[in-house]
Design a protein. Structure first.
Lengths: 150, 269
């Protein structure tokens, strides 16, 4: 029994360590216990490694003006695999973004998915913690059928 | 100066001599030994990515590896989300070249194979370059490199590869300070074959006596990435928004890009 416990704990540790191998930093800065959604206007798609960033102007809830939201995404190659290109989001287009918010309350987080004004769906890096579950199995299967490689 | 006609004839003569004297080429049948022979090999062309379900990572391919007690303790202490990376050493580690310890990539980067006479070259978009000599060439045995020394041969439609002389400082798991290293006397054995037109399997056995209690075997499954175009993958970038270049600590830099357009005009959403 003692031996079994040891093997189990070692396996868990190894799995955990290798699991984090894809990320070049921790995900601890994001709150994975909840998601938020904002609607706004795309400011820029930063098509860069090691993370693609999406920048969106969101109208302030109170008063006038805009908040700039920044969303971290997967690396370029992985985003290309799920159908993204450097032109997937163009400045000025309207978009709704679901994300895991930053723990510190600033305007940003980890990208889960975006929906364009015409209803087209853009999914994020499904291998990042929590993203696939937040998108949902049925939606993922639809995106796979449409050509996304996961 | 050599006359133009002679300049042409000399190389042709040299090539002719090589063709006549090379046992591989004159035999005409050794797998991959000539450009003509390459046509008979399985079609490994294009790009390949590691088969994983959503939410999965390459961790699933390592289930069951039994690490030595001291390594296991170190990994367990690191936990699933190791933070020892905080500090300037983190960025330095992420700027090291890729090191092969059994996985060719295929997660955050695609892999590709290049066939040339007597050699298969396996690359990935993170910069790994493995030269697999299939013509009996043995590079300098004494030299340890990040990709190791690989020799291979074809057994029917299967490419069989053995690799040693790997960099002993390659890390198990992520490139975080404090992560254990793979150690010396590491050997990797691979059998690469197509399961169907778009599925490639690499059966990999890792012998790492300083890290593992026994050899570990796993089968990596790759899918052909139709339509993929090359994208360079690197964690070693300037102005990394996730890691402070000075302190090395992790962060989320929300500084707007310099070329950001102004916000929408008043009244727009």
């Amino acid at each position: 029994m003692k031996c079994f416990t040891f093997v189990l704990s070692v396996s868990a540790a190894v799995l955990g360590v290798v699991a984090s191998a894809e990320a070049h930093h921790s995900y601890a800065m994001f709150d994975h216990s909840r998601t938020e959604t904002v609607e706004g206007t795309v400011a820029k798609l930063e098509w860069i490694n090691p993370h693609v960033y999406v920048w969106v102007y969101v109208k302030k809830k109170e008063g006038t003006g805009y908040d700039l939201f920044g969303f971290e995404n997967g690396p370029v190659s992985m985003m290309a695999r799920v159908g993204w290109t450097k032109d997937s989001l163009k400045p000025g287009e309207k978009v709704s973004v679901q994300f895991f918010p930053l723990q510190d309350g600033r305007t940003g987080g980890y990208f889960i998915k975006a929906i364009r004004a015409d209803g087209e769906l853009l999914i994020g890096d499904t291998h990042a913690p929590g993203v696939a579950a937040a998108i949902g199995k049925e939606t993922l299967e639809k995106t796979q059928a449409a050509g996304a490689k996961q | 100066m050599m006359p133009r006609s002679l300049r042409l004839r000399v190389p042709l003569a040299v090539i002719g001599t090589l063709v006549m004297t090379s046992p591989v080429i004159s035999a005409g049948g050794s797998a991959g030994a000539s450009y003509r022979a390459l046509e008979k090999l399985p079609d490994f062309s294009g790009w390949w990515y590691l088969q994983l379900a959503p939410d999965e990572t390459p961790a699933r391919y390592y289930a069951g590896a039994s690490f030595r007690a001291e390594i296991a303790a170190k990994l367990a202490a690191a936990g699933p989300d190791p933070r020892q990376g905080d500090g300037p050493a983190l960025k330095a580690l992420q700027c090291r070249p890729p090191m092969f310890i059994g996985l060719n990539g295929g997660f955050a980067e695609d892999i590709e194979f290049l066939f040339t006479p007597g050699r298969v070259t396996l690359l990935n978009e993170s910069g790994l370059v493995r030269r697999i000599y299939t013509d009996g060439t043995l590079p300098d045995e004494a030299e340890r490199t990040n990709a190791g020394i690989s020799t291979g041969h074809w057994e029917g439609r299967t490419l069989v590869v053995e690799t040693h002389a790997l960099n002993p400082t390659a890390r198990i798991g992520p490139n975080w300070p404090g992560m254990p290293t793979i150690g010396h006397h590491v050997r990797v054995f691979e059998r690469m074959s197509l399961k169907d037109a778009d599925t490639l399997e690499i059966v990999m056995r890792l012998d790492a006596p300083e890290a593992l209690t026994e050899p570990f075997t796993t089968t990596f499954v790759y899918q052909r990435d139709h339509g993929h175009r090359f994208h360079e993958q690197s964690d070693c970038v300037d102005e990394d928004r996730a890691i402070d270049p000075g302190s090395g600590s992790q962060r989320f830099d929300l500084s707007p890009p310099a070329d950001l357009p102004p916000p929408p005009s008043s009244g727009a959403s």
